[in-house]
Design a protein around this ligand. Structure first.
Ligand code: BGC
Length: 435
């Protein structure tokens, strides 16, 4: 892409984001709502997960959403990304539950009433149990089942949605379910991975066409789980080639199956960077275990690597489509780290925009602490802390830092101070509020 001629930088001013930039947070139904008893995850958890890692009531978002959206609005969020739980809407093959459809209509309306833009994910990792029993996404009829669901639900909620994410992280989903043995059905079979990813690409194309047939102006895309890759040895051709392949298979394969004409925007979920290293003794696969280096990692062992989001955004700019950061966040019990994470990643996004990248919005993962998939409730991603016993919500200081950014539509220079360690968030926030 062309690099724009840069104006001189005034780093002491607010680092402004483009007008109309969307600011919000993301959630997913299964991880927050609780009691999704007709889903494959629920069934799997009862057998394979210890009790403390089962979703149970989760953050009881199913009942608490009015309060949670109210907090999000109070925190100045102008948009929210959330998902539908397919298994509630179609608990049995071909049988739709109208009461649950009305529930989601109410939920989406409550965002509308708060003047928040809605980005809706139609599939975020969990499936109805009946669908999983038929082989889930490896079944050659899976895209037909998904299309039938889309044809039912989309007309019911069409006026309440601004952005449609058909599928969350198809590549990560297919890999975690059919290769890495992390998500149900915990298989390890590359052929199933390819089948699932291919079927998801068919499902996406069908959904794309259907949504556009009833809403010609609709904005439809996916939320792609992306990873930046780096190498330890710049002279190593083997590492460089592996880097290219890892980047293609992780980040771009889905767009090869469902090309650009089926996407109105690119949704990017970026969390971390991975290193490839061949030291002469080791063989493929060769991703470095970053926790064994001295690099800074999150509570999940994921490297904190803000530059990676700049690199990823610049790379994806070549598709010439609007970009939304549909997820980015840190698992940490130390909220000061979340503040530094947020500022440093947004700083890089700012630089990518200055360089010419069409980034239009940012959704922090997550609004709430939630059930971190197969890892349970330990990892804390939320801007809002949730006590899972009492369901009490407590707003974390990082949420107020984010609020200042949203209010300014940019990063006030004073906040950049917080990138230094040991600087009290409350002092800087008070200083800003007094201005
Ligand atoms: C997923 C979320 C998940 C987050 C952190 C993303 O891959 O979309 O559902 O909670 O990463 O693991």
């Amino acid at each position: 892409m062309d690099l724009k001629d840069d104006k001189p930088r005034h780093e002491h001013n607010t680092l402004n984001f483009p007008e109309g930039f969307l600011w919000g947070a993301a959630t997913s139904a299964f991880q927050t709502e609780g009691n999704a008893r007709d889903s494959d995850w629920w069934h799997w958890e009862q057998i394979f997960q210890p009790p403390e890692k089962r979703s149970g009531r989760a953050a009881d978002f199913y009942h608490h959403y009015p309060q949670d959206f109210k907090i999000a609005r109070k925190l100045s969020h102008s948009a929210h990304r959330l998902s539908l739980e397919w298994s509630r809407i179609e608990p049995r093959n071909g049988e739709f539950n109208q009461a649950q459809i009305e529930h989601y209509q109410k939920m989406l309306k409550s965002l509308r009433e708060k003047n928040m833009q809605v980005m809706l994910t139609l599939h975020h990792f969990s499936n109805p149990e009946w669908f999983a029993k038929l082989g889930g996404w490896t079944n050659s009829k899976s895209s037909f089942y998904f299309e039938r669901f889309i044809k039912k639900i989309v007309p019911e909620i069409a006026p309440l949605v601004d952005f449609w994410v058909t599928i969350n992280e198809p590549g990560i989903y297919a890999h975690s379910s059919f290769v890495a043995k992390q998500f149900p059905p915990q298989k390890k079979n590359w052929w199933l991975f390819i089948k699932a990813l291919w079927n998801m690409s068919l499902a996406h194309k069908k959904a794309y066409k259907f949504i556009h047939s009833i809403l010609p102006q609709a904005q439809v895309g996916i939320a792609n789980g992306v990873v930046s890759f780096d190498i330890f040895h710049r002279h190593s051709i083997l590492e460089s080639l592996t880097q290219i392949l890892a980047d293609f298979f992780t980040n771009h394969l889905f767009y090869f199956f469902a090309p650009k004409k089926y996407h109105d925007f690119l949704g990017l979920n970026y969390y971390t960077n991975q290193y490839i290293s061949f030291n002469g003794e080791s063989r493929l696969p060769n991703l470095v275990d970053i926790t064994k280096t001295k690099k800074e990692v999150s509570d999940l062992g994921w490297e904190i690597f803000p530059e990676g989001i700049f690199d990823i955004i610049m790379d994806f700019s070549d598709y010439h489509l609007p970009i939304y950061i549909t997820e980015n966040g840190i698992a940490s019990t130390n909220d000061d780290r979340r503040v530094r994470f947020l500022l440093s990643y947004l700083h890089e996004i700012y630089h990518a925009i200055q360089t010419g990248a069409p980034v239009k919005g940012y959704f922090y993962w997550s609004l709430l602490d939630n059930m971190e998939l197969y890892r349970g409730f330990g990892p804390k991603f939320g801007l809002i802390e949730v006590d899972f016993k009492t369901q009490k919500r407590t707003i974390r200081p990082s949420a107020y830092v984010y609020k200042e950014i949203i209010k300014e539509n940019g990063i006030p220079h004073k906040l950049l101070k917080l990138l230094g360690h040991g600087i009290a968030v409350s002092d800087v926030l008070n200083e800003l509020r007094q201005q």
